[in-house]
Design a protein. Structure first.
Length: 111
């Protein structure tokens, strides 16, 4: 039986050792086996940011928010991803997306 947490632990080792392409491949494999594993989408977002794949990073962050729409952490992570996407592309749409995601995180926290 597939254990997404065990697979994710192996991916974390790849990320820690800056093997981002291998981590990306392993995460794609992981979500192919369990497309509801939110942590994998958050990690994909982080890895894609490191690889300079900013639009892809934002899309994975959005997927994490869709899977767990009541978790403020996911929206905070998406905000950071969008800020980094803006820094990497200078595309202003990412600034608004970052602000919207942070507003959602704050709303979920009752702020």
């Amino acid at each position: 039986m597939f254990d997404p947490h065990a697979a994710y632990s192996k991916v974390e080792q790849l990320i820690y050792s800056d093997q981002n392409e291998a981590a990306h491949e392993a995460l794609i494999d992981l979500i192919g086996k369990d497309d509801q594993f939110t942590l994998a989408y958050l990690a994909l977002s982080r890895v894609c940011t490191k690889l300079g794949r900013h639009l892809e990073a934002v899309e994975y962050g959005q997927k994490a928010c869709q899977l767990e729409p009541s978790d403020p952490f996911n929206f905070s992570a998406l905000s950071v991803t969008c800020q980094r996407a803006w820094a990497g592309t200078q595309d202003r749409k990412f600034i608004q997306m970052a602000e919207d995601a942070m507003a959602q995180a704050n709303s979920l926290q009752g702020r």
